[in-house]
Design a protein around this ligand. Structure first.
Ligand code: NAD
Ligand code: TYD
Length: 350
């Protein structure tokens, strides 16, 4: 089986590529990534020389390039993660989100449709999406299920919702074998330090302010990225065609409680007096259209396919902090932009 994984140089994509390359040596894995600011081949140094792995630099918005790639590589399946993924960036530059997340997804669907010519036996298009398409919950105990209506608020979530609709349209209209999963907030290694957890780890280390939007009362449901990659593996192999699965950790935190817990862990790891890092917490202007609460009901995934998170959050957070403290060079390269200079030179002619 030859699988195209898009966005494999990003945070979650790199964990998915690693899992598939190492767990299934008989699969050929092609990682297609544009290497935007969020794409970093240093995330894959441990597997880049494996015989069943290949990297291709390219843009999913370029329809001709994508069709050519499908014509040459004859993929059996696609696991699509490439996206613009940061809500704050979507607020300042929505068009880029429409291009990559919507047009890019439709280009991939089209190329798969043209290549597979209506024969979807042993073919699969797996679209990786987010719980943010469901909009926001109140402070109660309600959770997002697979039946919750879409109600996106940010340009990011609107673009992801639109891409989900296109994937369903290709299943319903052309009979393409498609599956979708909608996951909650991920955390773990190789997470770009513009997102809450890695940004805060970085800032605490540097003794810089930790920006908390609004009052810090917004709630997110955090899942260890390795557990997300495990879920994608199970869904890819076992889900029925046309199905959707929510993926989440049953692990809700207000941003402020999460950051206070992180500060305690950081004080301990850095040998600082208790309470030292908390002094860096700085309340800043709230994000426009900031969703109050996300919470995933992942019962369907547990009951149908037996998946459950493997790690408690406290343990996962410790592991994540340890990883960032140990991988100083990765963090320095990312924050200085060095990783991009190196790879831009290496791949500029492709
Ligand atoms: P990321 O921003 O870390 O990585 C995205 C990757 O896509 C990067 O490597 C980037 O270079 C690549 N890319 C961007 N535009 C491209 C283009 N036009 N052509 C080819 N490659 C391109 O994102 P992530 O956090 O790893 O998220 C991966 C996927 O999972 C996204 O689809 C996102 O919506 C979804 N998701 C993320 C979370 C989360 O908490 N991060 C949760 C649920 C779902
Ligand atoms: P983020 O990591 O950007 O993920 P998402 O917006 O996709 O949920 O943000 C997680 C939460 O943390 C969200 O409620 C916004 C908040 N936040 C801050 O308070 N400060 C920050 O500097 C960032 C990046 C996010």
């Amino acid at each position: 089986m030859k699988i195209l994984i898009t966005g494999g140089a990003g945070f979650i994509g790199s964990h998915v590529v690693r899992r598939f390359v190492t767990t299934y040596p008989n699969y050929q894995i092609v990682n297609l990534d544009k290497l935007t600011y969020a794409g970093n081949l240093e995330n894959l140094l441990d597997i880049e020389n494996k015989a069943n792995y290949k990297f291709v630099k390219g843009d999913i918005v370029d329809a001709d390039f994508i069709q050519n790639l499908f014509d040459t590589e004859h993929f059996d399946a696609v696991i699509h993660l490439a996206a613009e993924s940061h809500v704050d960036r979507s607020i300042s530059n929505p068009i880029e989100f429409v291009m990559t997340n919507v047009v890019g997804t439709v280009n991939l669907l089209n190329a798969a449709k043209t290549t597979w010519k209506g024969d979807y036996d042993n073919k699969r298009f797996y679209h990786v999406s987010t719980d943010e398409v469901y909009g926001t919950l109140g402070e109660g105990t309600e959770m997002f299920t697979e039946e919750t209506s879409y109600d996106p608020h940010s340009p990011y979530s609107a673009s992801k919702a639109s891409s989900d609709h296109f994937v369903r349209a290709y299943h319903d209209t052309y009979g393409m074998d498609c599956v979708i999963s909608n996951c909650s907030n991920n955390y773990g290694s190789f997470h770009f330090p513009e997102k809450l957890i890695p940004l805060s780890i970085h800032n605490i280390k540097q003794n810089k302010a930790i920006p908390i939007y609004g009052k810090g009362e917004n709630i997110r449901d955090w899942l260890w990225v390795v557990d997300h990659a495990r879920a994608i593996d199970v869904i890819f192999h076992k889900a029925k065609t046309g199905s959707t699965y929510n993926i989440g950790g049953h692990n809700e935190w207000t941003n402020i409680d999460l950051i206070r817990t992180l500060c305690k862990v950081m004080d301990r790891k850095l040998g600082r007096p208790k309470g030292e890092s908390e002094k860096l917490i700085t309340y800043v202007t709230d994000r426009a259209g900031h969703d109050l609460r996300y919470a995933i009901d992942a019962t369907k995934l547990k009951e149908d396919l037996g998946w459950e998170p493997s790690l408690q959050f406290e343990e996962g957070l410790e592991k994540t902090v340890d990883w960032y403290l140990k991988n100083e060079e990765w963090l320095n390269n990312v924050t200085s932009g060095n990783y991009q200079h190196y790879y831009k030179e290496q791949y500029q002619n492709r």
